[in-house]
Write a protein that binds this ligand. Structure first.
Ligand SMILES: [Zn+2]
Length: 223
């Protein structure tokens, strides 16, 4: 019997570096063993000194990799059953919580990178007034609101919903402000569809990677 985990690992190793047909863009998750599009799965590689499991959210590391759904229960199953260890042929102690947190950290850096890309391309509205203007011009693709934003937050959320745009609560005012060299920032809007989609997916991964008992890493914290 072929272990699906091993199979996934070999496919990754062979597929590294070149894009073949649509078939090769599918991988199986070593947690739940279901197949899915490669791009929605989270890749792990064995790297570092001492050797350990390293998440590779952007699929940049060369060599053998293994795919897992970016959600806690799949990471947990991959660790518990030993499928992750077998697929990468590495026997080091690890915990699902630790791996999920490492991956979350990478997705959060991805979110910050996407926000900076939007900023460089001037496809972002920063602050209440700019967001209000962008909403009026129907240019908003995604609204990001700080968890501790006050005042007009509700109005802006309702306006975004009327346009059929997602509104996500992420970070706090200090954290959003830091991204823009400001003291605080309550709200920003992404004006590009592609960046908005990637950002939504990355934040979804962060939320789903949070262990069930931990309220710490949720993308949609209640304030
Ligand atoms: Zn899975």
């Amino acid at each position: 019997m072929l272990d699906p985990g091993h199979q996934a690992g070999r496919e990754e190793a062979q597929g590294a570096g070149h894009e073949a047909g649509a078939e090769s863009a599918v991988r199986s998750c070593v947690g739940c063993r279901k197949t899915d599009a490669r791009d929605v799965l989270l890749r792990f590689v064995a790297a570092g000194e001492p050797l350990g499991f390293v998440p590779d959210v952007r699929r940049k590391y060369p060599g053998r990799g293994v795919s897992v759904h970016p959600r806690y229960r799949c990471v947990e199953a991959a660790v518990r059953t030993g499928a992750l260890r077998r697929a990468l042929d590495v026997s080091v102690e690890t915990s699902a919580v630790e791996l999920a947190q490492l991956a979350s950290g990478q997705y959060l850096r991805r979110v910050e990178g996407l926000i900076q890309s939007a900023r460089r391309a001037r496809l972002i509205a920063v602050g209440t007034e700019a967001v209000r203007d962008a909403l009026a011009a129907r240019r908003v693709q995604l609204l990001l609101v700080a968890s501790d934003a006050e005042g007009s937050r509700g109005d802006l959320q309702r306006a975004a919903e009327r346009l059929g745009r997602s509104c996500l609560v992420w970070n706090d005012k200090d954290g959003l402000g830091r991204l823009f060299g400001r003291l605080t920032l309550s709200v920003l809007a992404i004006l590009d569809t592609g960046i908005a989609d990637e950002l939504r997916q990355a934040l979804q991964c962060v939320a789903e990677l949070a262990p069930p008992s931990s309220p710490g890493l949720s993308a949609a914290e209640e304030s």
